[in-house]
Design a binder for this molecule. Sequence first.
Ligand code: FAQ
Length: 326
Amino acid sequence: MYGSLTIVEGTIDTSQDDPVLLAEFEDKIARGEKIEPKDWMPAEYRKQLIRMIEQHAHSEIIGALPEGTWITRAPGFRRKIALMAKVQDEVGHAQLLYSAAETLGKPREDMIADLISGKSKYSNVFNYPAFTWADTAVIAWLIDASAIINQVTNSKGSYAPYCRALERICMEESFHLKYGYDNVVTLATGTAQQREMVQAALNRWWRPIMHFFGPPDKMSQHTEKLVRWKIKMATNDEMRQQFFNQYVPKIWELGLTIPDTELKKDPLTGEWAFGDPDWAEFKRVINGDGPCNAERLAVRRTAEERGKWVREALQKPSHKYVTPLS
Ligand code: FAQ
C-alpha cells in the first residue's frame, strides 16, 4: 500500500477507478498529453509505472557492477578515467529513476529493500560476469545501444517525470555507446588475440542481449496495457527488430560473426528471423538463478549495511560545523 494506492496483482484492473476520471485520463493519453504526479491516474497505471521504473533504477545500480570491477584493470589511464565516469553515470541514472518512481508514492527505502531481498527484478544482462576487457567493451557498446533504443522510444511516453529522466539518461548513454564502440573497434582491428577476445565476448553476450528486450510479445504479460497507456511506446519484439536493423550491419562491418546461424533478414518484409535464444534461461536468470545473481545482490546488501551510519547521520539534527580557526 503506497498512499491511497492498493497494489493489485493481476491483469489490467480498472474496477476501482471512477469511470468518468478514467475516460478523461484515457482521452488525455490519446491526445498525447503528459501525466504529472499530481494528476489523477488509474491505480493500475500507477502500479505498472512503479514496477517498471523501479526495475529500471535497480538495473542501473546493479548495471554499474560488471563494468565497475574493471576500473582498476582498464588498459591505460584514459580508459580508466572514461570507465570510471561511465560507471558513475549509471549510478546517477539510478538516482534519477528512483526519484521518478518516488513521485508515484513508493519510498526509496522500500525499493532498495525489495531489491536486496530479491523481490524486485532488474535487467537480466547484469547477472552475467565480465570475464575480460572485451566483455566491458561489448557491454558499453551493445547493451548501452539496446538501452538507448528502449529509452529513446519510451521517453516519448505518457508519464512526464519518467520521460524527463529518460531524456537526460539518453544523452549520457550516447557517450557510453561511443566509448564502447571505440573499444570494440580497437579490439576488432587489433592483434589476432584481441580479435579473438572480442569475438568470444560477443558470443557470450549475444543471448543475454536478445533477452534484454523482454520476452516475445506473445509471451509478454504487461505489454498490452503498457502500450495502451503509452508507458511503453513499442513492443519488445519491435525494439529487438530495431536493434537488429541498426546493429547487425555494424557488427558484420567489423568482421565479427553473430553466434546465431538462423539470423537473417527477410528481403520482402524487412523482418529479422533469429534462432531461439533459450527463453528458459531468460526465465531462470530473471527469477534469481543466473550466474551472478547472488553475487550482485550481496554487493548491494553490503553497500546498504555499510552506508547505514551515513543515512542515520543525515537524519539527525544538523550541528554547526566548527572549523579549527573559528
Ligand atoms: N530483465 O511483460 P514483460 C541499462 C520481466 S538499463 C529482467 O514483457 P514489460 C543501462 C518483466 O519485468 C536496463 N526482467 O514486461 C545500463 C516481467 O516481470 P514482472 C533496464 C525482465 O515490463 C547499460 C516479466 O519479465 N531497462 O541497461 C526483462 O512489459 C549498461 C514479463 O515481461 C529498463 O528497465 C529483462 N530483460 O517489458 C546500465 C527499461 N524483460 O515485473 C549499465 C524499462 C522482461 O511481472 C551498463 N523497462 N522482464 O515480475 C522496460 O522497458 C520493460 O520493463 C521491459 C520488459 C522491456 C524490460
